[in-house]
Design a protein around this ligand. Structure first.
Ligand SMILES: CC(C)(COP(=O)(O)OP(=O)(O)OC[C@H]1O[C@@H](n2cnc3c(N)ncnc32)[C@H](O)[C@@H]1OP(=O)(O)O)[C@@H](O)C(=O)NCCC(=O)NCCS
Length: 186
């Protein structure tokens, strides 16, 4: 499915490092209540790494914010400027990856990742990474970019082993900029 079409894929199945099964699929507006529950499970440290600020749980769970992210932009009628995938087990979301188009029709997408703090080291991040790379290859995305804090070793390792090039953020030495060129076979 191309960038501007309907949902990229149906549910896919994967395994965490302990062998337990998880489902992976695109996020939809009906996920909002479960996203709220998911946000409750993000530790202060993980929220800081994700948002580069001490944003509160209440601010993240704000109804207008969630509606804008998980309904308005995911269901946009013209163009697909945002996609999000969730890893879930049963009724619980374990992790989310977002890809936001940087500029209209640029095919350059900016990534952000998170997973439940009580699932550190379970492999959720790797599944999110593989999912978004598969989507990008299949969707005509040309470049993926991301900024992450220099101190964010787990995220940085995941970018490094996934073929992202590391660069400096000239405006902020505490932030590392990652770029990955996408081709159908890369
Ligand atoms: C960044 C984040 C999403 C990574 O998710 P995660 O579930 O912890 O990552 P994983 O368990 O899949 O990977 C963790 C480890 O396995 C390694 N790994 C994953 N896939 C691998 C592979 N295919 N080959 C080798 N190593 C791999 C990772 O490099 C990492 O190594 P480490 O244990 O030495 O740190 C998670 O730490 C998080 O949510 N952090 C808070 C929010 C955040 O920082 N977001 C990023 C801002 S963009």
């Amino acid at each position: 499915m191309d960038l501007f079409g309907a949902k990229w894929a149906e549910i896919q199945y994967n395994q965490l490092n302990d062998g337990s099964a998880v489902a992976v699929r695109e996020a939809i507006a009906a996920d909002i209540p479960r996203i709220r529950e998911y946000i409750d499970q993000l530790s202060p440290d993980d929220r800081y790494l994700r948002y580069m600020s001490s944003i509160s749980i209440d601010a993240l769970k704000d109804g207008d914010r969630l509606e804008r992210i998980y309904k308005t932009s995911l269901e946009a009628e013209f163009g697909r400027r945002h996609v999000a995938f969730v890893v879930e087990r049963g009724a619980h979301i374990l992790g989310v990856v977002h890809a936001w188009e940087r500029e209209v029709y640029s095919a350059v997408y900016e990534l952000s990742y998170s997973r439940r703090s009580d699932h550190e080291g379970c492999g959720v991040g790797g599944i999110l990474m593989n999912t978004i790379l598969d989507w990008a290859r299949a969707s005509g995305v040309r470049t993926l970019v991301a900024d992450t804090l220099r101190e964010n070793h787990r995220m940085r390792k995941l970018f490094q082993i996934s073929g992202f090039q590391e660069g400096k953020n000239p405006d902020d030495p505490s932030v590392v900029h990652y770029t990955r060129i996408v081709t159908p076979s890369s």
